[in-house]
Write a protein that binds this ligand. Structure first.
Ligand code: SF4
Ligand code: SF4
Length: 461
């Protein structure tokens, strides 16, 4: 892996450098969009940097390597993870859920034999292309996986040497015994909480009866206190935006190792009703990030906001990024896929409520063939360069114009722009401002760049 340069200039055969204003007092960014190379230059030096000199020479030397890296990341990955939906059912009715209500009420659920059979088939597939020393990842994902607790726990025990496991749960069924089982086996655990104030948290995450569940999440957080392998997702909606800064204070106070402040994916109509205005979302998001930084300075303890850390890493070392929504094509159907309880395979869980996006079935088809199916190709072939507006955007490889499911359902087609353009632009401006000010390491996991190399670094001028 190679870290990208702090400064660079264009190679003669590449796109011209684009000037990207980051709202910084002294610096602007110059970006070579096709390869996601960037540089920060003093405003008074922009003309010289565009004309040539040391930066241009440095980029000329390394440009082909960076282009190859980007090509590998975008077009030559093979899946190494699966989102395993052992059940379609859920005991909650959250406002923004991407799984249709009828499915969550009466959908299919796997038994133990089916989970074990599915894991065996998946293991056979991953072993075909992954090295022995790298375990593929299985994330038991929602609806609510712990409704099928017996089956998935049997799967974890039977396959613990063959997969790395994770569980994304709404916490309502995560009792002491479940926490003991999962933490003893090193299983990653994701929880969800939308606000530190019970009344606000319960507006978006609630049971079918309307009763909120934040008390369960708080109990689970206490049980997990000290476990490094857990995180909490907060979905940003118009309901909780005013509480976002308080939310990160709450996470920090409760020693949450990492959190995500996610935009609302608007694939289903219910989500569009609670989705916040994106300028407001961006403002609240940056304020919350600034608060995490203050808390770090005050206490020496970081609260990493993982989805923002991923944007920073995408800028600093694109191939080291961990989340795959912000790259085009996105990770759906190429770095991972999703399994539904009946065996149907989808490019991503986000498509599970859209039956025509099933590319085949685990029990009837070869996974390699499913990856080449028409529904998968629609997603894996969605290139940001083919989207009007995005084709000329300087930061198109820090954003990726997500999400294809959302674009299809909300904007009328995959060729349409993603839902959070302004949010991505502001995130990228902020990330580059942090780099210009030398503060970016404070927002990243310690050791995030282990294994990454800096192949060209001239330093911020
Ligand atoms: S952008 Fe959408 S479809 Fe792609 S990985 Fe993210 S959630 Fe899934
Ligand atoms: S959605 Fe907006 S920020 Fe993202 S690539 Fe397209 S134009 Fe750029």
């Amino acid at each position: 892996m190679s870290a990208h340069p702090r400064n660079f200039a264009e190679g003669s055969e590449r796109s011209p450098l684009a000037v990207f204003d980051i709202d910084h007092p002294t610096h602007v960014a110059l970006v070579e969009p096709d390869t996601a190379f960037w540089g920060l230059v003093r405003k008074e030096d922009v003309s010289d940097a565009l004309a040539g000199g040391a930066l241009r020479d440095a980029f000329g030397e390394k440009g082909d390597d960076f282009a190859r890296e980007m090509d590998m990341l975008r077009f030559h990955l093979k899946p190494s993870a699966v989102y395993f939906n052992a059940t379609e059912r859920c005991n909650l009715n959250c406002a923004y859920c991407y799984i249709p209500g009828e499915m969550r009420k009466r959908g299919k659920q796997m038994d133990t034999a089916e989970v074990l059979d599915a894991l065996e088939r998946l293991h056979g597939y991953f072993r075909g292309h992954m090295p022995e020393d790298r375990l593929p990842q299985v994330i038991f994902h929602g609806a609510e996986p712990l409704l099928a607790r017996e089956a998935i726990f049997a799967g974890i025990d039977a396959f613990r040497e063959k997969f790395r496991f994770g569980v994304q749960t709404n916490s309502t069924l995560l009792d002491e015994a479940a926490v003991k089982f999962l933490t003893e086996r090193g299983v990653g655990i994701g929880l969800s909480l939308d606000a530190p104030v019970e009344e606000v948290a319960n507006r978006t995450r609630k049971r079918w009866s309307g009763e909120g569940v934040s008390d369960h999440v708080l109990r689970a957080m206490k049980l997990l206190d000290g476990y490094p392998g857990y995180n909490v997702i907060c979905t940003m909606t118009q309901e909780n935006l005013p509480y976002l800064t308080q939310m990160v204070e709450f996470f920090h106070e409760n020693r949450v190792p990492a959190c995500m402040l996610n935009v609302t994916r608007c694939t289903m109509p219910g989500a569009r009703e609670v989705n916040g205005d994106e300028t407001q979302v961006a403002k609240a998001f940056v304020a919350a990030l600034e608060r995490t930084h203050q808390l770090y300075k005050e206490t020496g303890r970081k609260l990493v906001v993982a989805n923002f850390a991923n944007i920073l890493i995408a800028i600093l070392a694109p191939t080291a990024r961990r989340l795959m929504c912000d790259i085009s094509p996105c990770g759906g159907g190429r770095s991972f896929f999703a399994l539904a309880p009946g065996g149907d395979l989808f490019p991503c869980s986000e498509f599970i409520g859209l039956p025509h996006f099933a590319g085949g079935n685990l029990y009837r088809d070869e996974i390699a063939d499913v990856l080449e199916s028409e529904p998968f190709r629609l997603v894996t072939g969605r290139n940001v360069e083919d989207i009007e507006d995005c084709a000329t955007c300087a930061i198109r490889h820090f954003c990726g114009s997500p999400c294809p499911a959302e674009a299809q359902e909300m904007n009328g087609g995959m060729e349409k722009k993603g839902a959070f353009c302004e949010f991505y632009k502001e995130q990228t401006r902020y990330a580059l401002r942090l780099i210009a000010d030398g503060r970016h390491e404070d927002f990243l996991w310690d050791g995030w760049d282990e294994g990454a190399q800096t192949s060209c670094s001239i330093g911020v001028g």
